[in-house]
Design a protein around this ligand. Structure first.
Ligand code: ADP
Ligand code: GLC
Length: 482
């Protein structure tokens, strides 16, 4: 079965967050389910070398987007289709922001062109290759099912996945004509959202199925607190909505073979992690007191991630003799907050502002506990990497964090199933309490090591979730041919 993914990021080529990890890993897992995925990606400047080595599939004229090239390329075990539109994508900056840190002013056109290219491929623009399913990821691709619907392409099944509803792709209604959307559908049951155009809403309205990245987030999305204005549409379409937990690329994230580690290890000889802990301490210029854990954070520094609560709870962590290594970048006030904490507590709090993939691996392999105090978290991947690396996750009880970590409560400890720590409500007080619980557990070496072994054996691969996507695609395809 042939499936087209449309997305704005894909690891290892272009990544700002977990979306890229998913788009880079899920197609490989689907291959073992007999599903062949091609990933449609914008040809950003960083992808030019792939373009040069690729094979031209078609030169469609898109609306919006104009004359573009679609180029097939094979790299890192993925079949890519690159959208070559230099005027839109060949720029310096991130996929979304210019070097001044602001959204590109034509983001509506850039990602509408991505969606239009996906819809064109679904209608056979690449000649002999045509997908049976078009799967759009996040708002950047979410107009694709809508364009396909308006073009009458009913024989291809459509899926939209919500990786994070906080990003909806909302643009002024004055853009409707440029976007080539039918004005008649600018209404509450269509793509209208509080007097503007919502790309994500269009995807939710015109897709056959909606998925999100954990079962708990699927439920949360239907509430005003988490649905951020789209809870109504989602509740109406609840029969079409399903949460499928993300997995981990077990090759990229493998402590037995990870080149970024000072020393590789397995669940059985995890004492070898010590060399990584020493390396982390050296890199960050920090150390813990004897018997206290080394905590880490690897994150975008934004309100979503709840790290302002960690700044508040920090005195309790330090009182226990623990240390903290932070790797992240994002909101200026949080960056400054952590930098100030490092300046106030030298030797105990270390901070790297920036993005550093190898360092993120070393932290997972060397720290004892990764902190993820998110206010909301559709799935979250760093806690899954933490499980796999025996860096026990301490997480807020929300979204995919709630679905992937088993809290070390008395019952779970007694039956040996605990893999980390959860806290609720998401407050500095509850976070501080959980940090203290983690410190207590760490001081009982046997307890900690049992949890570590359990965590490292917890299945975090893609197998089950890939099977769930495969079932969903097959159901959709069967419904089309009936
Ligand atoms: P989100 O997509 O909301 O940012 P996820 O937990 O799903 O959250 O994915 C984040 C991904 O980005 C993980 O692969 C994580 O390791 C990585 N990451 C986040 N910040 C950094 C950083 N500063 N340096 C390296 N990797 C980072
Ligand atoms: C989003 C979410 C994150 C999720 C990722 C991949 O970035 O914030 O929770 O893991 O998408 O689905």
């Amino acid at each position: 079965m042939q499936v087209l993914f449309a997305a704005s990021e894909c690891a290892p080529f272009v990544k700002t967050g977990g979306l890229a990890d998913v788009i880079g890993a899920l197609p490989k897992a689907l291959a073992s389910q007999g599903i062949e995925v091609r990933v449609l990606l914008p040809a950003y400047a960083a992808l030019r070398p792939l373009l040069a080595a690729g094979r031209e599939l078609a030169r469609p004229v898109l609306r919006p987007g104009g004359g573009v090239r679609l180029v097939a390329a094979q790299a890192e075990g993925l079949a890519l289709i690159l959208l070559d539109a230099p005027a839109l994508f060949e720029r310096r900056g991130t996929p979304y922001l210019g070097s001044d840190g602001r959204d590109w002013p034509d983001n509506h056109l850039r990602f509408a062109a991505l969606a239009a290219a996906a819809a064109a491929l679904a209608q056979g623009a690449a000649g002999d290759w045509r997908p049976e399913i078009l799967h759009a990821h996040d708002w950047q691709a979410a107009l694709a099912p809508a364009y396909l619907h308006f073009a009458g392409g009913r024989d291809v099944g459509t899926v939209t996945t919500i990786h994070n509803i906080a990003f909806q792709g909302v643009f002024p209604a004055t853009r409707i004509a440029e976007l080539g959307l039918p004005r008649s559908e600018y209404r509450m049951q269509g793509y209208e959202y509080h007097g503007a155009v919502s790309f994500l809403k269009a995807g939710l309205v015109w897709s056959d199925r909606i998925t999100t990245v954990s079962p708990t987030y699927a439920r949360e999305l239907m509430t005003p607190e988490f649905g951020l204005g789209l809870e109504g549409v989602l509740s109406e379409r609840r029969g079409r909505l399903v949460g499928i937990l993300n997995g981990v690329d077990l090759e990229t994230w493998d402590p037995t073979h990870d080149p970024a580690l000072a020393r590789t290890y397995t669940a059985r000889n995890s004492a070898r992690r010590h060399a990584n802990r020493t390396a982390v301490e050296a890199r960050f210029g920090i150390a813990t007191e004897e018997g206290a854990p080394l905590f880490c954070v690897i994150s975008r520094l934004t309100r979503q991630k709840g790290l302002d609560l960690l700044l508040e709870a920090l005195p309790r962590l330090l009182d226990r003799g623990a240390a903290l290594a932070v790797l992240g970048s994002g909101d200026r006030d949080l960056e400054e907050g952590f930098e100030a904490a490092a300046a106030t507590h030298p030797g105990r709090v270390g901070v790297r502002i920036g993005y550093d993939e190898p360092l993120s691996h070393l932290l997972q392999g060397g720290a004892d506990c990764i902190l993820v105090p998110s206010r909301f978290e559709p799935c979250g991947l760093t806690q899954l990497y933490g499980l796999r690396y025996g860096c026990l996750p301490l997480v807020a009880r929300t979204g995919g964090l709630a679905d992937s970590v088993i809290d070390a409560n008395t019952a779970a400890l007694a039956s040996g199933v605990a893999t980390g720590f959860q806290f609720a409500p998401v407050t500095a007080q509850a976070l501080g309490d959980a940090i203290e619980r983690a410190c207590d557990a760490f001081s009982e070496t046997d307890v900690w090591h049992r949890m570590m072994r359990r965590a490292m054996r917890h299945p975090v691969g893609w197998e089950d979730s890939a099977a769930a996507y495969a079932r969903l695609y097959r159901e959709l395809a069967a419904a089309r041919t009936r």
